[in-house]
Ligand binder design. Structure first.
Ligand SMILES: O=C(O)CCC(=O)C(=O)O
Ligand SMILES: [Fe+2]
Length: 464
């Protein structure tokens, strides 16, 4: 069970909270390099010690008796063997360098992600893959929606995805990741240090195939695993079991993968068909008197239900201020759970948030005034402003709420706000504000305003 404090870190849930991890890694690398340096010093010292002794030793062996016949030599020989060699041995086995390394690392352990953080990260990658229907091997090779990025997932990264999906009983998806893991596996010392061997991948690949009712293929895979590790009796036994299964197996129709994409997925992929509309843009000079002096650029996205996108609402300066105000205060967002009747951490919403009271700065007061001008509504009784930052694959599943969302970042890929019931998608654009009403004139919830945030594929999404 994670402690409160650990859970609060939730590194994968907001990109902002991942940034300090880069500094942690920098320090870990320094500790490692420091350790290597000390080992090198040790090697240099021991080498010099050997070099110093070897010469005299060779010399002495040419005429052993002559050598020991000198009393100084024989005294030195006795003393060396009785003391020096024992001390050298003691010096070698002190593990002073190792102890220092372990000590230095201990100070950093509490800054490091937990297994829960890894789980969040794995789910983020899986969400991106499924929502955007990305090809797994391409994604693993650094291609996101056709765009090649510099870094790729390692074989172990891919295996980690496979393990997760296997545990989720999503065997077909697990197969793709494991296959990609096998293809990218390298027999290098790093994998040896990590205790990551190809056998492991083949074995899980075989188990996934077995779950998918493909025992003959499973047998091929487990045989590869067994070949790679011929002394592993457990593997051998498993191979025999699978061999039996393959012999007695009758063909059963295979389960189909995936199924139809949901409206959410279709919308996020940009696959809603666009119907020509009579929508238009205006300068809004009328909602309040102030707008006659400073009109808002307004784009209608839907007239019924009413959804409008305002452009250039937040300035870069305001955005910097808002981010600064919340920087150290972002907490994992919760969702009200109607069964438990309380706010809970929920995989339907992966972002970190911070509440900003109206009077936390002139900037917040100014922004609230803009919202008042935009909507013509009385701002008393509003919820305070909430600043949010999404994490790895961060999203917010379909929900209802009233009524305004301001973008504080451009997002490289993904992260659209989507209204699946009216097939409307809005890409995040820095400084814009989205306004809608979630109630109809009779004050009933208007189901057409159901909305969600698509997972962020690349970039950091901030909103208010
Ligand atoms: O991030 C988005 O696009 C929408 C966020 C949202 O709907 C909310 O925070 O209530
Ligand atoms: Fe919302």
């Amino acid at each position: 069970e994670p402690s409160e404090g650990n859970e609060e870190k939730s590194f994968a849930i907001s990109l902002a909270s991942m940034v300090p991890l880069l500094d942690v890694e920098k320090q870990l690398i320094e500790i490692l390099e420091n350790y290597v340096k000390k080992l090198e010093d040790k090697v240099v010292f021991l080498k010099a010690l050997g070099d110093e002794m070897v010469e005299e030793n060779l010399e002495s062996l040419k005429d052993p008796e002559g050598y020991v016949s000198n009393p100084l030599n024989s005294f030195r020989l006795i003393r060396r063997l009785q003391r020096d060699w024992i001390n050298i041995e003691a010096y070698i086995i002190t593990h002073k360098e190792e102890n220092e390394y372990v000590e230095a690392m201990a100070a950093h352990h509490k800054q490091m992600p937990t297994s829960i953080d890894l789980q969040d990260a794995v789910e983020g990658i899986d969400r991106l893959q499924t929502v955007y229907d990305l090809e797994i091997d391409a994604m693993a090779n650094g291609i996101l929606n056709g765009k090649q990025y510099k870094y790729r997932l390692s074989s172990l990264d891919r295996y980690t995805m496979g393990v997760h999906l296997f545990d989720q009983k999503r065997y077909q998806d697990a197969l793709f990741w494991l296959y990609s893991s096998i293809l990218s596996y390298q027999n290098n010392s790093f994998n040896t240090v990590l205790d990551f061997h190809k056998t492991k991948i083949f074995e899980l690949y075989a188990e996934s195939l077995l779950e998918l009712n493909r025992p003959k293929d499973a047998l091929t895979a487990i045989s590869r695993a067994a070949e790679l590790n011929i002394f592993d009796t457990r593997l051998l036994k498993r191979k025999n079991d699978i061999e039996m299964l393959a012999k007695t197996h009758k063909l059963v129709p295979q389960e189909q993968r995936g199924g139809e994409p949901t409206d959410f997925q279709l919308g996020c992929r940009g696959n809603f068909s666009t119907i020509p509309s009579k929508l238009y843009c205006i300068y809004n000079t009328t909602t309040t008197a102030f707008l006659r002096l400073a009109p808002f650029k307004m784009e209608f996205l839907s007239l019924d239900p009413y959804i409008a996108l305002y452009h250039d609402v937040l300035t870069d300066r305001e955005i910097v201020t808002l981010k600064d105000l919340v920087k150290t205060n972002l907490k994992r967002a919760t969702v009200f759970d109607k069964y438990q009747q309380k706010n809970t951490i929920n995989h339907e919403r992966t972002a970190k948030i911070s509440w900003l009271p109206d009077d936390s700065s002139n900037t917040t007061l100014g922004i609230i005034q803009k919202l008042a001008d935009m909507t013509g509504l009385n701002t008393s009784g509003w919820e305070p402003m909430q600043i949010m930052n999404y994490g790895l694959g961060g999203h917010f599943k379909e929900h209802f709420d009233f009524f305004n969302f301001s973008e504080m970042s451009d997002v490289e890929q993904g992260g659209s706000t989507i209204f699946p019931n009216i097939r409307t998608v809005v890409s995040p654009r820095k400084g814009t504000a989205l306004v809608w009403y979630n109630l109809d004139n009779a004050l009933n919830a208007d189901s057409r305003t159901l909305h969600a945030a698509c997972p962020v594929l690349a970039g950091s999404k901030w909103g208010a």
